[in-house]
Design a protein around this ligand. Structure first.
Ligand code: FES
Length: 156
């Protein structure tokens, strides 16, 4: 096997990486948030929960350390898919700026700022300046919120 082929195989096994702000949707796992500069994670009263270049947010609703992932998704019985479609994709090429994620009480993550959202396998990808992502684990349109947090009685 020549060196070129070896490199191609390595590339196929690599998960995608995007510059700027990105959120990787892990299959049956958390939302991995990464930024070239700090991402602000705040509550709905704008109190800072974290400001960091990387953190993992719970999307199964089971973490005992919400909004962060604590590995509780491993106890889930249903699958949480990584693949998605997004009819509301936006062109973010003209946008430059930080990402702010607001943790809404008993509801979703509300995103403001340019961000690339993608599945770990790279087959799904969208770009947004605003989005609502599910953190209760009940949406049927994951990773997006579809308001099922209301009927499921999610509290956090
Ligand atoms: S937070 Fe899960 S459906 Fe809204």
């Amino acid at each position: 096997m020549d060196i070129k082929n070896t490199e191609n195989i390595a590339d196929q096994n690599k998960k995608p990486v995007y510059s700027g702000n990105s959120i990787m949707v892990r299959p049956n796992g958390p939302l991995i948030c990464k930024g070239d500069s700090d991402i602000t994670l705040q509550d709905e009263d704008a109190r800072i929960i974290a400001k960091d270049k990387e953190f993992a947010l719970c999307r199964c609703g089971l973490s005992k350390n919400k909004p962060f992932c604590d590995g509780s998704h491993k106890t889930m019985k249903e699958d949480m898919p990584q693949l998605f479609n997004d009819a509301r994709e936006e062109d973010i090429s003209g946008y430059d700026g930080d990402l702010v994620i607001t943790v809404k009480a008993n509801a979703m993550y509300s995103l403001h700022g340019p961000v690339t959202i993608f599945s770990r396998d790279g087959l799904s990808k969208t770009t947004r300046t605003k989005a609502a992502l599910c953190r209760c684990g009940h949406s049927e349109n994951k990773p997006f919120c579809d308001a099922r947090h209301k009927q499921s009685g999610f509290t956090a």
